[in-house]
Design a protein around this ligand. Structure first.
Ligand code: 13P
Ligand code: SF4
Length: 354
């Protein structure tokens, strides 16, 4: 990265001192991650944001929904900055509040809303989290989806159902592989079709109602690529994120959040081979940091997460230097009503065991 920008970012951070805390998601570029005070997966970063009451500014190097969650979990006097406002998430955009409210009305009409606990993946907008808070539901991340689903099913007894937003893959993978539900217990709600494309009977029979959303990066890994790799690299370990499709996860050796992926590679024996199905910035960093292990990207045709990559060094320098000059740019602020209910759902997640 440009040495001048590196020096400027370091100088601005030094001037701000304890006033600023920089959080970096594992999918961020190397040029940005070098300035993070803490790196983590979505769950760890939410906890870290909540644990920094002394920082006046939280600069969030990640995507919009993560910065919103940080704003919700920090004190009102603390300001959360997202260095580029265009750093959104295509998966989060796949569930809009009006669509989710329509789905809830349909569940009410089918006579089952009382049995349904809505669980939203962290990768969703604050108003979806607030919806879950209002309807006795919770948030989960890829590192606690199993406990969150177990909690949800325990809320409503034998007839309990979960409406899982917005990632159908994480919902299906967790329900089938961690909770032992059948694939036939899962139905997919398509918000673009009347009544989600489902009959009232299908809704009544289902245990998991999966929102038809997916990650545009992880959704591109295929089962064929896993089979090809296994055929060409004997002994390769396949390690994937649970946002990958069910057929891919079924063929993998290990599945887990970004933090899990990092811990797995750190603990791996030298000389072992790993093909990793997650965002490319993280896989490249793991390969660089572990030259004693053979680390490769699961599918070379899959690209970076374009929105994660929007946070680059020029944007970070601009955000930090503006703070030095007394201007808060790109502040992420969730309105009070949304914040209240989203915090209820986030707090239920933070209170889960484990
Ligand atoms: P985790 O950090 O929870 O593994 O999430 C992955 C992701 O896609 C974030 O956008
Ligand atoms: Fe969203 Fe996928 Fe990018 Fe994560 S990797 S921010 S889920 S599009």
């Amino acid at each position: 990265s440009d040495p001048d920008l590196v020096a400027r970012a370091a100088a601005a951070k030094a001037k701000l001192g304890e006033r600023v805390f920089v959080l970096g998601h594992h999918y961020q570029r190397d040029e940005v991650i070098q300035f993070a005070d803490v790196t983590g997966d979505s769950f760890k970063l939410a906890r870290e944001a909540a644990a920094r009451p002394d920082a006046e500014f939280i600069v969030f190097c990640g995507v919009h929904f993560m910065a919103e969650s940080a704003d919700i979990l920090t004190a009102p006097s603390q300001k959360v900055v997202l260095p580029d406002l265009a750093a959104g998430c295509s998966m989060a955009d796949m569930a809009r509040l009006a669509q989710v409210e329509d789905a809830w009305d349909a569940l009410t009409d089918a006579g089952i809303a009382d049995q349904v606990v809505p669980i939203t993946y962290m990768n969703s907008s604050a108003d979806i989290k607030a919806f879950c808070g209002r309807h006795d539901g919770a948030v989960c991340t890829s590192s606690n989806a199993q406990v969150a689903l177990e909690w949800a099913f325990a809320q409503k007894g034998e007839d309990a159902k979960v409406l899982f937003l917005p990632d159908q893959h994480l919902g299906r993978n967790t329900a089938v592989l961690e909770l032992g539900l059948e694939l036939a217990d899962c139905v997919v709600w398509n918000p673009l079709k009347p009544n989600g494309g489902l009959t009232a009977e299908q809704l009544r029979d289902a245990k998991m109602i999966l929102w038809k959303g997916h990650c545009s990066v992880h959704g591109r890994f295929s089962a064929e690529v896993v089979d090809q790799l296994r055929a060409t690299i004997p002994g390769v370990n396949i390690l994937v994120h649970p946002e990958c499709a069910h057929e891919v996860v079924l063929r993998a050796d290990l599945v887990g959040s970004t933090e899990f992926i990092i811990n797995t590679i750190e603990a791996a024996e030298p000389g072992t081979s790993w093909a990793i199905g997650t965002e490319l910035n993280l896989v490249k960093r793991l390969a660089k940091d572990h030259p004693d292990k053979q680390i490769m990207f699961l599918d070379k045709t899959v690209c970076y997460c374009s929105t994660m990559n929007r946070i680059d060094l020029p944007h970070l320098v601009w955000a930090l230097e503006s703070l030095v000059d007394g201007t808060v740019v790109n502040q992420i602020q969730v309105d009070a009503e949304t914040e209240h209910w989203a915090k209820v759902a986030l707090q239920r997640m933070l209170d889960l065991p484990g």
